[in-house]
Design a protein around this ligand. Structure first.
Ligand code: ATP
Length: 458
């Protein structure tokens, strides 16, 4: 849960120098270029909710596909599911969320705002103007405020039941454990993974998408024998840290941080975060948790259905331990945006903005740029062929330099220019984003040429 003190911008100078990007710069680039913008923007937005535009959705989808490939497709011991957002309400009693998923909150009756109790110093409302006397602040006692979003199921008020939008995606993995294990013919140790929306009524949504009320998680719950849980915890921590490096994020912007024992969630035996250096400081993007047998034991107790397993060789019966890896897709997308942003001074004194995404994650892989509108027909033909294989854009507006800049700013790794010689020599010019090197490539071999480069290092 949130730790507002560490989310404040008061970071050491050294850290800020390493990541000097101003969030406002990124937020406005994201809106202007269609990565991410406020939800319901024409109504003034709604705090904690964000929409992904045409480029943002491509970037996030590429991230999700990469996670799925690494965590599910490339492993024999992990299978995927996609469960409903709403579960039986008993689920959240078993998980401990109805009782315990809360922050202590204080309301100010004067300004009508609500604050986390740990943000209040003395008797003073944090929003109070300096000249207001402390006695004019009218604060309530601290009260527990449940972070789950509630809804009603059923047509009439009398018969309706309270249900919750899931605050994490993993509970359906636990309740479906037996079904998935048997249907997928898996034996412990094995894992179940899914990507999906989660909702939390965060009191202070902030830092762009970092703390949202609706967000997406990619979670994997790995079930193992109690004697092996420490080993699996270490294994998954390493695998997950490597994943973030493989996204192209520089190692100096990543670190792991073990939780102190008083920080641990009620279910956790051990936890370690993967943190990223945002412009507002080091913050969690992923948690790796040893959840013990808490979840399966609780669901057994609340549902009355036995979830233990038997080792076929030894006949030992046991409740598996769970090692969880839980990463936010929105927070990681934000980390990718922060890590990718750079400004470069060019020889002619101009500055270019480049989003240096790993090619496998870039929203657009190649842009087709005919040198003149007169060349649109053959250039469109190339686009038509390439777009069967990856996301390709087309731009014939403005001078070529400006078109390159536009593509740099959204992180397109390759620009393909069709010029007046192309019809004669059957070649196009391919310009690479980072080096700005240009080479002549035969149109016939263009797809292979680009595919090989896009796949390098992924
Ligand atoms: P925090 O302490 O920052 O609130 P948490 O420890 O409660 O996070 P977990 O419950 O471990 O987070 O959730 C796993 C992952 O889900 C987090 O690492 C993060 O990437 C993502 N996540 C959690 N809450 C939010 C949120 N409000 N907005 C965006 N992503 C979130």
């Amino acid at each position: 849960m949130s730790d507002d003190a560490s989310e404040s911008p008061a970071q050491g100078d050294a850290e800020r120098e390493r990541n000097p990007l101003a969030m406002e710069t990124l937020v406005s680039l994201c809106a202007a270029r269609g990565f991410i913008y406020p939800s319901s923007e024409i109504y003034g937005g709604i705090a904690g909710f964000w929409d992904y535009g045409p480029l943002g959705v491509e970037l996030k989808n590429n991230l999700k596909a990469f996670w799925w490939r690494r965590m599910v497709r490339e492993r024999d011991d992990v299978v995927g599911i996609d469960s409903a957002i709403i579960s039986h309400p008993r689920t959240w009693e078993a998980s401990g969320h109805v009782e315990g998923f809360s922050d202590p909150m204080v309301d100010c009756r004067t300004c009508k705002r609500r604050f986390r109790a740990d943000q209040i110093e003395g008797e003073r409302c944090p929003e109070a103007p300096k000249k207001r006397a402390v006695t004019d602040c009218d604060l309530t006692e601290s009260r527990e405020f449940n972070l789950m979003l509630r809804t009603e199921l059923g047509a009439s008020v009398d018969e309706s039941t309270t249900a919750y939008l899931r605050p994490e995606t993993c509970q359906a993995i636990f309740s479906g454990f037996k079904r998935v294990r048997e249907s997928a013919r898996q034996k412990v140790p094995f894992g179940i993974a899914q990507i999906g929306k989660a909702f939390r009524n965060e009191i202070t949504p902030r830092n762009f998408t970092f703390r949202s009320r609706e967000f997406e998680q990619a979670e994997m719950e790995f079930f193992c024998h109690p004697s092996e849980s420490e080993e699996w915890f270490q294994h998954w921590l390493e695998v997950r840290l490597q994943f973030h490096k493989d996204l192209g994020i520089d190692e100096s912007l990543l670190r792991t941080r073990p939780h102190a024992s008083d920080e641990l969630a009620h279910y956790a035996r051990a936890a370690e975060d993967v943190e990223f250096l945002f412009p507002f400081g080091w913050q969690e993007i992923e948690g790796v948790h040893d959840r013990g047998d808490w979840d399966l034991s609780r669901h057994t107790e609340y549902s009355g259905k036995e979830l233990a397993v038997t080792n076929e060789q030894t006949k030992e019966r046991f409740t598996p331990m769970v090692i969880e890896t839980s990463v936010g897709m929105d927070r990681t997308t934000l980390a990718l945006l922060v890590a990718a942003y750079r400004e470069e001074e060019l020889d002619n004194g101009e500055t270019r903005v480049v989003m240096g995404f790993h090619p496998a994650l870039a929203p657009i892989k190649a842009a087709i740029l005919p040198l003149s509108k007169k060349l649109s027909e053959p250039a469109r033909e190339i686009q038509k062929e390439l777009r069967k294989h990856f996301n390709v854009s087309y731009d014939e507006a403005g001078n070529i330099g400006r078109r390159y800049r536009r593509q740099d700013e959204v992180g397109t790794p390759f620009c393909v220019t069709y010029d007046f010689d192309s019809a004669e020599d059957g070649c196009v010019t391919v310009r690479e984003r980072d080096s700005m090197n240009q080479e002549r490539v035969a149109i016939d071999g263009l797809r292979t040429h680009l595919t090989e480069r896009l796949e390098e290092g992924s």
